[in-house]
Ligand binder design. Structure first.
Ligand code: NOJ
Length: 515
C-alpha cells in the first residue's frame, strides 16, 4: 500500500485547454510547466490527459505513437522539463495510459490489417472471416485482411489483444496465451519508458475492459497484477490510478493504488452531483443531493463508498472527483456558495480527491458543438479562464482558440477571484491548506463514522483522541446539529452556540474535537 499518497490531492489538466505558451490557441506542455506553481497550491499530484501523437478523433485517446509527443503539445524535452520542474516543487506527475486500444492510424494496426500474416497480425482482436459470427462491438469490411476487428470505444479505436477470459471462437486467444503475453510486454515497455524519464505513474484508461468476456474484472485484474508486479520490481513507488469505478475490483484485486469514483457502475456519485435539472447532459432527470431544493438522497453514495472503503483499506484508495473531461462541469446550475459545500464535502472524505482544472473557480458547462470526438463532453474542455484579459489569459494568440471561451470569463477567472474575499478559489485554497495542516485528520486510513446521511450530512473521522467533524448542508433549509463544539478549522454560513451548531442555508463546517 502506497502510504506516500494517502493525504494527496490530484489536479487534472486537460492539456489542450490549460495554458497556451506559444500563442497558437492550443494549450501545451510548456504552458503547464509555467503553471505548476499554481497547481501546487491545490494538489500534490498532477494528472495530464493524453499528450501522445494522435489523430485526435477522441481527444487524444486514440494514440498513433506511444513514444512521441503530439506536435501541438511540444516535444519530449518539454515533457522532461515539466517533470523536472514539477519534482522541484514536490509535485508528482501522472500521464494517461491508454492501452486497451490504439488509433487505427497506429503502425501496429495498419500492419495487422494487411492481407498477409506479419509480426503484428495478433496484436489486435480479429475474427477470421468478415462474414463469420462476431458477437462483439466490431468493424467489418474496412481492411484488406479477411476478418472483423473488435473496437473498444469509437470505430477508429481497435482493441489490443489482451485475450478472452474463455476461448469460445476459433479466432480468440486465451488471456494467458503467448500472443497476449506479448501485448502485456508492450504495455510494460511503455510504462517503463516513461517511468525511466521520471514520470511518477499513470491514470489507466478503461482499466476494467482489457480482457474480453471478463467476470467481475477478475481476469483483467490478474493481467494488471502481473504487469504492475513486473514494473514495481524496478519502480516500487510507481502510482497507478484506474478509470474503473469499482475499487473493490481495481484496487483490491488489480493492485491499482487508487480507483476513481465517478458516474460509472454506481448511481451514488450521480445522485450527489450529476442530476441537474433543466439540462440535456448525461443524467438530467432528477435532483442531485447537492442542490438547494434539498430533495436528493446520499444513501446510495455512502452505501457504495463505505463498502468500497472497507474492501480496499489494506490495499489503496478511492478518489472522488469534482469532475473530469467526460462529465458536465460540477458548476452547472450551482452558485459559488453551493460549490463551496461540494469542495468541503469531497476534501473531507477519506479519499484522494481530484480537482478538475477550472472547477476551483467554478468554470461553467454548456452544450457546445463537438470537437475532437468530445460530443456532449466538449463543454467541459474549454480554455482555462485565467483573467479578464485577452483570451481569458489562456493564450496570447490572435487566431481561433482550441474551443470557445465562455462569455462569463470577465467575472469568473482566477485573477479576479484571487482578488476577491470569499471567492470560490480562496475557499478552495483555504480548505486545501487546512487539509494539509492536519494530515492525521484528513489523510486516508483513520476511523470513519457516518453520523447523518441525509440533510445535513455529518460524518466524523477519528485518530487517537482527536476527531474531525464535517457537517455539510447543501440545501436552502436551516438545520441544527447537537454536538460538542470544538475548534472550527473552516466554515461557511454557520452559527455556534454551546453544544449546538446552526447550519444556515448552504453551509458547512469542519471542526476539530477532542474526546
Ligand atoms: C475514457 C476516457 O476518459 C474517454 O475520454 C475516452 O473517450 C474513452 N475512455 C476511450 O478511450
Amino acid at each position: 500500500m502506497n502510504q506516500n499518497i494517502k493525504n494527496s490531492i490530484i489536479y487534472n489538466v486537460y492539456p489542450t485547454s490549460f495554458y497556451d505558451s506559444n500563442g497558437d490557441g492550443i494549450g501545451d506542455l510548456k504552458g503547464i510547466t509555467e503553471k505548476l506553481l499554481y497547481i501546487k497550491q491545490f494538489a500534490d499530484i498532477v494528472w495530464i490527459n493524453p499528450i501522445y501523437k494522435s489523430p485526435f478523433r477522441d481527444g487524444g485517446y486514440d494514440i498513433e505513437d506511444y513514444y512521441a509527443i503530439d506536435d501541438k503539445f511540444g516535444t519530449m524535452e518539454d515533457l522532461q522539463d515539466l517533470i523536472k520542474e514539477a519534482h522541484k516543487l514536490g509535485l508528482k506527475v501522472l500521464l494517461d495510459l491508454v492501452v486497451g486500444h490504439t488509433s487505427d492510424q497506429h503502425k501496429w494496426f495498419k500492419e495487422s490489417a494487411k492481407a498477409e500474416r506479419n509480426e503484428y497480425w495478433d496484436y489486435y482482436v480479429w475474427s477470421d472471416d468478415v462474414f463469420g459470427y462476431c458477437p462483439y462491438k466490431h468493424m467489418s469490411g474496412n481492411s484488406d485482411r479477411d476478418g472483423n476487428y473488435l473496437i473498444n470505444f469509437f470505430c477508429f479505436q481497435p482493441a489490443l489483444n489482451f485475450g478472452f477470459a474463455e476461448k469460445k471462437q476459433s479466432w480468440q486467444y486465451h488471456y494467458t496465451d503467448a500472443v497476449c503475453q506479448k501485448v502485456h510486454g508492450l504495455v510494460i515497455d511503455i510504462i517503463k519508458y516513461y517511468l525511466a524519464m521520471g514520470v511518477d505513474g499513470f491514470r489507466v484508461d478503461l482499466a476494467g475492459s482489457i480482457v474480453k468476456d471478463d467476470v467481475n474484472g477478475k481476469y483483467s485484474c490478474e493481467v494488471w497484477r502481473k504487469i504492475f508486479g513486473k514494473v514495481r520490481e524496478e519502480y516500487p513507488d510507481a502510482i497507478f490510478v484506474s478509470e474503473w469505478g469499482q475499487p473493490m475490483y481495481a484496487v483490491k484485486n488489480g493492485d491499482f493504488d487508487i480507483d476513481f469514483f465517478t458516474h460509472c457502475y454506481n448511481e451514488g456519485y450521480n445522485n450527489l452531483f450529476r442530476k441537474e435539472p433543466g439540462t440535456n447532459a448525461f443524467y438530467a432527470d432528477g435532483n442531485s443531493f447537492f442542490r438547494p431544493e434539498g430533495k436528493g438522497e446520499a444513501q446510495s453514495f455512502f452505501e457504495y463508498f463505505l463498502y468500497n472503503l472497507e474492501e480496499v483499506k489494506e490495499k489503496g484508495y478511492v478518489s472522488i472527483v469534482t469532475g473530469n473531461h467526460d462529465l458536465p462541469r460540477i458548476a452547472m446550475g450551482r452558485t459559488p456558495e453551493e460549490l463551496k459545500t461540494v469542495f468541503a464535502f469531497i476534501l473531507a472524505l477519506p479519499n484522494v480527491p481530484l480537482i478538475y482544472y477550472g472547477d476551483e473557480i467554478g468554470m461553467p458547462y454548456e452544450r457546445l458543438n463537438s470537437k475532437d470526438g468530445g460530443y456532449c463532453r466538449t463543454g467541459a474542455r474549454t480554455p482555462m479562464q485565467w483573467s479578464a484579459g485577452k483570451n481569458a489569459g489562456f493564450s496570447a494568440g490572435d487566431g481561433e482558440m482550441y474551443l470557445p471561451i465562455y462569455d462569463n470569463y470577465k467575472d469568473v477567472n482566477v485573477e479576479a477571484q484571487l482578488n476577491e474575499e470569499g471567492s470560490l478559489i480562496k475557499e478552495v485554497q483555504k480548505l486545501v491548506e487546512v487539509k494539509r495542516a492536519y494530515p492525521e485528520l484528513f489523510g486516508c486510513g483513520n476511523d470513519f463514522e457516518l453520523i447523518s446521511d441525509t440533510y445535513p450530512l455529518v460524518f466524523k473521522r477519528t485518530t487517537g483522541k482527536e476527531s474531525l467533524i464535517c457537517a455539510v448542508n447543501p440545501s436552502e433549509r436551516e438545520y441544527t446539529v447537537d454536538h460538542k463544539i470544538g475548534d472550527v478549522l473552516a466554515s461557511s454560513n454557520i452559527e455556534m452556540a454551546e453544544d449546538k451548531i446552526t447550519l444556515k442555508p448552504i453551509s458547512y463546517v469542519w471542526m476539530k474535537v477532542y474526546e
